[in-house]
Design a protein around this ligand. Structure first.
Ligand code: FAD
Length: 450
């Protein structure tokens, strides 16, 4: 089927279907135009050049600009890709604190749960250069400009920049992040937002053990009984070496999101309660918002999405880099195969890309993850602590596979079912009662969207 579609950023509903016209025959030498220069754009561009496709990248910023965030990943996951050398830090002493789940803190609350699994932080410059190097080996052209209009007409997709420049390609991939410039997704209710407030600095005494990484510290003895009934937050913390620590007060995901002022106040209370004070503040992170359960994009669109734009962030953890590395090669392969047919339209190639990016089983898993997040958002602090205690009691391959989205659909269901059976009644009851969009999400597990 040949379709022509035109989208403008000023009015995302400005979509005109018109019969395939003259541009049908206008061939282009560019196979894929990737929009964006964040981790997602570079990951997919690198995978596409591995397939010997002619790729160009258009981004509103310089592709060499430093990325704003730091990216964490499990050690075994990064090793699977052979990219351990791109880590700036790697911890073996990785723990969490979930306490007893009781509203009355007890001494055992201070016992850490050892994850027996390394955790790493990417050297973000190295990760960026790794992908840029792959692209430059294949002479990728970097364009600077704000994509503002797209016209997809049979064999050719034409992106126009705000400056009026036009670039033609056989396929456009929108990797412009959580507010994608062209991609559309159906509305499926409010999006849960993870918020965090963090500090990097030196302290009067070590806030975590030397050489330690803390994934989640849910201890809340610094809060009053009443405050512990408010939406829970946890501390994500690590020793960066040289007497420097990174501490981040985090709200897992909530709508409306927890305010940064609240998170900052919680962190200050936490520190004061443990007799900690910052002696040298190197960096303060505020204003970080991460959408956790974005709906899957409409996969009938004749352009493809990748990364934050295409709802690839893991709804349980907020992580994505592992997923980018894992999924980019198969998506690139599908695009390359589709492009072997020189008469294949942009819409046809995009369709093949979407099927590789979001196959049915992954869509079903996504519905389950969204369902799980919905439940967690309703949990009170004591339930959450019980939940995570049970979660990390699962065999490591189950919780690790859950967090990295590497379990098969069957194994994911098995892990969730085991978790349910082992959970205390407070958690089980919370998991059973259906509220809001939970039933709809379960139905999407049975009959996935798109
Ligand atoms: C605070 C925070 C912490 C995170 N921590 C982790 C972590 O520890 N581990 C992990 O795996 N993931 C993490 N993530 C999730 C995810 O990996 C990041 O959000 C990641 O930056 C998303 O990459 P992206 O390339 O999809 O989008 P972005 O990084 O937002 O990049 C979008 C790109 O598109 C460009 N662009 C935008 N509009 C246009 C336009 N109109 N025309 C041309 N270009 C355009 C931008 O300039 C930019 O280059 C975190 C996210 C957040 C918000």
């Amino acid at each position: 089927m040949l379709i022509s579609i035109r989208l403008r950023t000023e009015n995302r509903n400005d979509t005109h279907l018109k019969p395939a016209g003259d541009q049908m025959n206008s061939r282009t030498s560019i196979d894929v135009l990737v929009l964006g220069a964040g981790p997602s754009a570079l990951a997919i561009a690198s995978a596409l050049v591995e397939e010997k496709l002619h790729v160009e990248v258009l981004s509103s910023n310089d592709h060499q600009d430093p990325w704003p965030y730091t990216y964490g990943i499990w050690g075994e996951e990064v090793d699977e890709f052979g990219l351990g050398h791109l880590l700036e830090h790697r911890w073996t002493n990785t723990v969490s604190f979930f306490g007893l789940g009781s509203l009355e803190p007890k001494s055992e609350e201070n016992l850490p749960r050892n994850h027996t699994c390394d955790y790493g932080l990417f050297d973000k410059k190295k990760l960026q250069q790794h992908w840029i190097h792959q692209c430059e080996k294949a002479s990728v052209n970097w364009h600077r400009g704000i994509a503002s209009d797209i016209e997809i007409d049979g064999l050719t997709s034409t992106v126009t920049t705000a400056e009026g420049r036009k670039i033609n390609a056989r396929l456009v991939i929108d990797a412009t992040g959580y507010k994608p410039v062209f991609l559309k997704a159906p509305y499926s209710g409010p999006v849960a937002i993870q918020t965090c407030y963090g500090v990097v600095g030196k302290f009067n005494k070590p806030p975590v053990e030397k050489g330690q990484f803390v994934l989640m510290d849910y201890r809340s003895d610094h809060l009053s009984k009443e405050e512990r009934k408010e939406p829970p937050t946890f501390l994500y913390a690590m020793d960066l070496g040289n007497n420097t620590f990174f501490l981040e007060e985090t709200s897992l995901g909530l709508f409306p999101p927890l305010t940064l002022e609240k998170l900052q106040a919680r962190l200050q209370r936490r520190l004061a309660h443990r007799g900690l004070s910052i002696t040298h503040l190197e960096h303060e992170e505020h204003g970080l918002f991460l959408p956790m359960n974005m709906p899957l994009p409409d996969m009938k669109q004749p352009l493809l999405g990748f990364g934050g734009a295409a709802a690839m962030v893991h709804p349980a953890s907020g992580y994505m880099v592992g997923g980018l590395l894992r999924r980019a090669p198969s998506v690139a392969k599908a695009i390359s195969l589709a492009m072997q047919d020189k008469s294949a339209s942009s819409a046809f190639i995009a369709k093949k890309g979407w099927s590789a990016l979001w196959p049915k089983d992954l869509r079903r898993k996504q519905a389950l993850y969204h369902f799980g997040l919905e439940k967690l958002m309703r949990f009170q602090e004591s339930q959450l602590r019980d939940f995570f205690t049970g979660f990390f009691d699962l065999p490591k391959e189950q919780w690790f596979g859950f967090l990295t989205n590497t379990l098969s659909l069957q194994d994911l269901v098995k892990a969730m079912w085991t978790m349910f059976l082992k959970a205390p009644w407070s958690v089980r009851l919370g998991l059973m009662g259906m509220q809001g969009r939970e039933l709809r999400l379960l139905w999407q597990f049975v009959k996935p969207l798109n």
